[in-house]
Design a protein around this ligand. Structure first.
Ligand code: NAP
Length: 254
């Protein structure tokens, strides 16, 4: 697909690996300056940076469970590039919290951590980036949700709820920010070949997961990245508020 992100500054959260890295690669390949963001794995982030096409990219660390870190992440990106045109809220965690297996304390811990990273994190980066985008005349925010928001996550209800919350926040922000020329989208993947899903895809359940799609496979990270790049491109503005499924027809909704 032909994209052109020359002159654009992009922050992709959680871009040291997985979907975030594939997205950073695609933006860089098409001319953008990219901020690679990570939380714990600096080595992976440095390797990711080395692999990007072009020059002028940066690495920034931040724990998105912390509201201070979220603000610093946006501030540091603006310091590095002078602006943020596109924010991709991709970083996320998946923690099992099966109601039949956990203690009450464990149940609370998973809810707390999952919502902090998957919902408050993007809410905070969106707030801080939007302040900047409103000043400079516009921008785009793309939030990475999940099929689980619609289909349910019986053994990870906090994860499903965090993504349903992200969908709702994105829709509200699309309306609130449209007058400022800021466009907000959601991409909702099904299973994707990344570290996050590896323990399931490599397990005896792997084949039945792949069979959920009539394509008999899960998504490659670049397929999600391509959808993100499409939404980030000029011409997709009227899609604001939309939630785009990238799930290989494994779960259909209308
Ligand atoms: P992944 O391979 O597990 O990578 C997660 C990324 O998020 C890493 O860069 C990680 O950085 C970062 N991260 C984790 N905790 C963080 C925190 N507290 N603060 C800041 N960054 C943090 O994940 P993925 O599979 O590419 O998933 C990307 C997004 O797609 C997530 O939002 C996920 O929910 C969604 N998604 C994935 C799938 C799937 O099957 N893979 C399906 C549907 C939706 P460090 O390594 O440095 O900690």
């Amino acid at each position: 697909m032909k994209f052109n992100f020359s002159g654009k500054s992009v922050l992709v959260t959680g871009s040291s690996r997985g979907i975030g890295f594939a997205t950073a690669e695609l933006f860089a390949e098409h001319g953008a300056k990219v901020a690679i963001h990570y939380n714990r794995d600096k080595q992976k982030a440095e390797k990711a940076l080395q692999q990007l096409s072009g020059s002028g990219h940066v690495i920034i660390q931040a724990d998105l469970a912390s509201s201070d870190d979220a603000q610093t992440l946006i501030d540091n990106t603006i310091k590095a590039f002078g602006k943020i045109d596109i924010l991709v809220n991709n970083a996320g965690i998946y923690e099992d919290n099966d109601i039949s297996e956990l203690t009450y304390q464990q149940w609370q811990d998973v809810w707390q951590h999952t919502l902090s990273v998957n919902l408050y994190g993007p809410a905070n980066t969106s707030f801080c980036a939007a302040q900047h985008m409103m000043k400079v005349g516009g921008g785009k925010i793309i939030n990475i949700s999940s099929r689980g928001a619609f289909r349910g996550e019986p053994t990870a209800p906090a994860y499903g709820a965090s993504k349903a919350g992200l969908n709702s926040m994105s829709q509200s922000m699309a309306v609130a920010l449209a007058p400022h020329n800021i466009f907000v989208y959601v991409v909702a993947p099904g299973f994707v070949e990344t570290d996050m899903a590896a323990h399931l895809l490599d397990s005896p359940k792997g084949d039945s997961i792949r069979e959920q799609s009539p394509l008999n496979r899960v998504a490659k990270p670049v397929e999600v990245a391509t959808t993100i790049a499409f939404l980030a491109s000029e011409g997709s503005e009227y899609l604001t508020g939309g939630i785009v499924d990238v799930n290989g027809a494994s779960y259909l909704r209308s």
